[in-house]
Design a protein around this ligand. Structure first.
Ligand SMILES: Cc1ncc(COP(=O)(O)O)c(C=O)c1O
Length: 452
């Protein structure tokens, strides 16, 4: 085999562990070692795409809308999104501020590739969605600075503190870009308005741009989603990543978009032509019809907004129930497991540092990291949850629990299984858990009956 040299910066490229871990879960499943694998690792949506959205796509295919489409997204599609964004973000967004992309993820690469010049640094929430750190390092030759979350001393739960960000900004490094995601993957936390306003002030003061990812903006519980774009003047400093994957349960469609200053969108458009030509025509029509009527080549696709509103509402209500159930049940393991309150997306990020300190875990199982613990949970116990450190060093000592899967097959029996595993570890370490093994079923069922 000939030996070809590859780009040396490839060693800086990370990955999204969820994909690799998903394959491991399937492999364990195939061995039939366990009657069932309880799945808390899935970053995909629970519900399927609402029927009216699917019907638009079927209609578009029947109409033979199969050719190339507009590289940036048809004007009418972008106008519909712009109208919705103007209304919900309270700032004038024009079709020229928008480009459609095949999924939300390409917006990350477009941003890094366009903005980063030699010596520039990227700051990212850590823990955070791993592709940010991966692509930031790849395109900046490793110049990535983590904005590390810290535990709130009262709640033991992770939080991003503005004073920590200020310290990073005062480091003298040439910071070009900050990445902010709310509701956040992996924590499920929503960043409050005051913090986003503080970030906006810092962006203007220190002259950096913000890649603002609010792809889970509609999956939010009892909280206001606040957009950075809402702060006066922030359109000039923001690349807003959004899309249809999570809010409309369309992960496999690969459909997203960026909202950004016109000069950047022009560059993104040129890159899009070089990379993928256009988002497929059926996807474009379907996306446009989510926010308004679309007419293309004499075919009409009526807006489905009213038809899907109730479906989306009930999907979000179910996420909320599952999330609240999960957290309340995990709190039965206090103080060994400290989950955060669920606020949005479909994740929780419990602190498991006290489990890793257990005598039996350390000495008998020889486990010292969240990664080893996640591995042990899967291979020895048939429970799949991602390690916190898969989302950066700031996530170590945590697990990411996704609650998108079915509550009867996975979430409820899976939580019972997890609680029993932990009680066993506590007991084997010579300690007395607050909850006895024989109480688990009854106590969890009480919580279940509260939510389902
Ligand atoms: C925070 C965040 N941003 C972006 C994405 C990528 O979205 P898409 O599947 O539309 O590319 C994900 C997917 O998990 C995500 O969690």
């Amino acid at each position: 085999m000939p030996d070809f040299e590859t780009n040396p910066d490839l060693k800086l490229l990370g990955t999204e562990t969820a994909f690799g871990f998903g394959a491991e879960v399937m492999a364990v499943e195939k061995t039939k070692k366990f009657p069932q694998i309880y799945k808390f690792h899935i970053g995909d949506t629970g519900p399927k795409t609402p029927e009216p959205i699917i019907n638009t796509a079927i209609q578009a295919l029947s109409d033979k809308q199969t050719k190339y489409a507009h590289f940036q997204g048809y004007l009418q599609v972008r106008a519909n999104i712009a109208k919705h964004w103007t209304k919900t973000r309270g700032v004038k967004i024009k079709p020229e501020n928008i480009i459609l992309t095949p999924g939300g993820k390409p917006v990350i690469e477009l941003t890094m590739q366009t903005l980063l010049t030699p010596g520039d640094y990227v700051v990212g929430q850590n823990p955070g969605y791993p592709i940010y750190e991966s692509l930031a390092k790849f395109y900046s030759h490793g110049n990535y600075l983590p904005w590390l979350a810290r535990h709130n001393s009262d709640t033991q739960v992770l939080e991003f503190f503005i004073e920590d960000l200020e310290k990073i900004l005062q480091s003298g490094k040439k910071i070009k870009l900050l990445v902010v995601n709310t509701p956040q993957n992996p924590t499920g936390m929503v960043m409050p308005r005051a913090k986003l306003e503080a970030i906006a002030k810092l962006a203007k003061k220190h002259n950096f741009m913000v890649l603002f990812d609010d792809i889970y903006d509609q999956i939010i519980f009892n909280k206001e989603h606040f957009s950075l774009l809402t702060v006066h003047g922030m359109l000039d400093y923001t690349i807003n990543l959004n899309g249809f994957s999570k809010n409309y349960a369309m992960t496999g469609w690969r459909l997203g978009f960026a909202v950004a200053p016109e000069w950047l969108i022009k560059i993104f458009g040129q890159l899009a032509i070089n990379k993928w030509s256009c988002v497929n025509r059926v996807d474009q029509i379907t996306a446009g019809a989510i926010y308004g009527d679309i007419e293309l080549d004499k075919c009409l696709y009526p807006c489905v907004a009213d038809k899907i509103a109730e479906i989306i509402k009930s999907d979000v209500a179910l996420y909320e129930k599952k999330g609240k159930f999960l957290v309340e049940a995990l709190r039965l393991l206090s103080p060994y497991v400290a989950p955060n309150d669920v606020e949005g997306a479909f994740y929780d990020f419990p602190n498991i540092a006290k489990i890793l300190e257990l005598h039996y875990v350390k000495n008998d199982l020889s486990i010292s990291t969240d990664k080893e613990f996640s591995h042990w949970l899967l291979y020895e116990n048939g429970l799949a949850a991602l390690a916190g450190s898969d989302f950066g060093e700031g996530g170590s000592g945590h697990l990411r629990f996704s609650y998108s899967e079915d509550q009867n097959k996975h979430i409820i029996p899976g939580v019972k299984h997890f609680i029993k595993i932990i009680i066993d570890l506590i007991t084997k370490s010579g300690l007395t858990p607050l909850l006895k093994m024989e109480e688990v079923e009854e106590k969890v069922d009480i919580i279940k009956n509260k939510y389902f």
